[in-house]
Design a protein around this ligand. Structure first.
Ligand code: CA
Length: 230
């Protein structure tokens, strides 16, 4: 049973989420603020964190950033709950490391669909051997990316994206195609979301010079070029 930690200060929303998540077959765990959540995560890391943006004390965005910086929680799936519908705010939420966001008010059905999608993206595909290009190695079973002996920390969505690219090199994919193949059909995500995750993936790969493998093809989309020089 997958464990979902809900970090939300409003008891009524926690209760509503507890009901919906339990009904959907998840184990519901709760924290009212970032400090409580840190203790809960340290004691027993959940499978996914459902994080409210507006929290007393440390905000949800700062908390997401903090989880991403810590190597123990760097790849913990995070969905932000936000009352903000401004696109810039949503993109900012993704930029600090959330895997997805849901805007309040949301339907329990939409939320559960997004949780399933994020969990699916964070699962390694079984029985696959590592894929290697020019010293960049992705191990789908261990969920690890390495370049010349250095670990490259990736959040679940960036890992899926890189895995997709490395499995389909030297072909151009439009944002829409990437959403279908990496995020999954039936999930509505803005195409600009792809750009945010590409940017994050490039940033993570840049330290070892592998950002050049991810190429922008003007007017068409993105390509993983196996012929790029490191
Ligand atoms: Ca709140």
């Amino acid at each position: 049973m997958k464990r979902i930690l809900v970090v939300e200060d409003e008891p009524a929303i926690r209760e509503m989420l507890g009901f919906s998540l339990t009904k959907a077959g998840f184990r519901f765990e709760e924290a009212a603020d970032a400090e409580q959540a840190l203790l809960a995560i340290a004691a027993n890391p959940p499978d996914l964190v459902l994080l409210d943006w507006m929290l007393p004390g440390m905000s949800g965005v700062d908390f997401a950033r903090r989880l991403r910086r810590d190597e123990h929680t760097a790849s913990l799936p995070i969905i932000l709950l936000t009352a903000r519908s401004e696109e810039n705010d949503r993109v900012r939420g993704l930029e600090v490391g959330a895997d997805d966001y849901v805007t309040k008010p949301f339907s329990p059905r939409e939320l559960v669909a997004r949780i399933h999608a994020v969990l699916r993206r964070s699962q390694p595909e079984a029985d696959e051997s590592p894929i290697v290009f020019e010293g960049l190695s992705l191990n789908p079973v261990e969920h690890r990316v390495e370049a010349h002996g250095h670990d490259i920390e990736l959040a679940p969505t960036e890992f899926r994206l890189l895995s997709f690219f490395m499995n389909h090199p030297d072909r151009v994919y439009s944002r829409e195609q990437l959403l279908d193949r990496v995020w999954g059909r039936g999930i509505y995500v803005e195409e600009r979301t792809v750009d945010v995750h590409i940017r994050r993936l490039r940033k993570a790969l840049a330290a070892q010079g592998y950002d050049r493998f991810i190429q922008t093809v003007r007017g068409a989309g993105y390509r993983f070029s196996s012929k790029a020089k490191v």
